[in-house]
Write a protein that binds this ligand. Structure first.
Ligand code: SF4
Length: 328
């Protein structure tokens, strides 16, 4: 299965992505040469601690932050996202790319009805109001909103947190995008609702054959959902492998540290470990391997030589000087 996933044609192809704070003061590199692909129907999780660069990468995919300088290439099919005018980008957002953000309340306009907001992407394409609202009710209903047609006139504050996230998902899906980008979609929700939203993402991506890029700080949430996991640290991807292989045998010490910190029912809280120290500020990225000050198995060369990305035997890749799991 793993090789099959890697060989599928890429729907989203990120190559050599760099993101810098805009020159003016001292420019700081937030993302430093990220390569990542998502194939049609593939579910990829981009995982890392706060400040790793994962969310800024997600926002760059939609060019949502005009204050950053973005380099490299982001291709959606044959379309180079970085070459699009703002007008063309607006058409791509919501039609070819659907986005779900962390805070459903922040993504919704409190003064507009649910129906108006969910139907908006279709209205922008010139669909008649009546037809757009009918389709909005259908999508909401498919996502488990009971009596969806009657609730089109409700406002966001009349919905629970979990229901609001369904509304945001409906807004992302109504334009029938090719890929869904979900940035920490469960972080603001309680554990029970988190699981419902994950199940829903699983269902809609499977049923619609949608590509998914799931951005999360929590490796625990990706096990049942992702086909592949890319782990980010200090603006770079350090390991990118099929989910089962990565969970069974992480090949990068940072991934191993993240996994050891994932809560498990069979391990008492007191025995769970955390990675000592904190990720470096992008302005103070250490030389060599940026993880070396925190790495339990660092060698002398790690402080001066930056490890390059090498292919692993299972069709993945990782960047570490340790000689494990390489293809040859
Ligand atoms: Fe640890 Fe060295 Fe590998 Fe970095 S390159 S993760 S410091 S062993």
């Amino acid at each position: 299965m793993t090789t099959e996933v890697v060989q599928r044609t890429a729907l989203l192809r990120i190559s050599g992505l760099t993101i810098d704070t805009e020159p003016g003061g001292t420019s700081v590199r937030l993302v430093d040469g990220v390569d990542l692909t998502v194939a049609a129907g593939e579910r990829v999780a981009l995982v890392g601690e706060s400040g790793s660069g994962k969310s800024v990468t997600a926002r760059a995919l939609m060019r949502l932050d005009g204050s950053l300088a973005i380099g490299g290439s982001i291709r959606l099919g044959d379309t180079e996202i970085l070459a699009q005018t703002e007008r063309r980008l607006a058409a791509i957002r919501g039609s070819r790319i659907g986005m779900v953000f962390q805070d459903p309340m922040g993504a919704l306009d409190p003064l507009q009805t649910i129906g108006a907001q969910v139907s908006e992407p279709l209205r922008q394409r010139g669909v008649r109001k009546k037809d757009a609202l009918r389709r909005a009710a259908e999508v909401l209903s498919e996502l488990g909103v009971a009596r969806a047609h009657e609730r089109l006139g409700a406002y966001p504050h009349e919905f629970s947190g979990g229901m609001r996230q369904r509304v945001v998902l409906a807004m992302a899906l109504i334009g029938e995008p090719e890929i869904l980008i979900a940035d920490e979609p469960t972080t603001a929700l309680d554990v029970r609702v988190q699981q419902q939203v994950l199940n829903l993402l699983d269902e809609v991506t499977r049923e619609r054959g949608l590509g998914l890029l799931l951005i999360t700080h929590d490796l625990g949430v990706v096990a049942g959902l992702a086909d592949r996991v890319a782990v980010m640290y200090s603006g770079r991807i350090v390991e990118d492998r099929p989910v089962r292989a990565l969970f069974a045998d992480p090949l990068h010490p940072y991934t191993a540290g993240l996994l050891a910190a994932v809560p498990r029912l069979d391990v008492q809280l007191a025995r769970m470990t955390t990675i000592p120290g904190a990720p470096p500020s992008p302005a103070l990225r250490p030389a060599g391997c940026p993880f070396h000050p925190r790495c339990p198995v660092a060698m002398d060369r790690c402080a001066s030589e930056t490890p390059s990305m090498t292919a692993t035997a299972d069709g993945g890749r990782r960047a570490c000087h340790l000689d494990r799991g390489s293809r040859n």
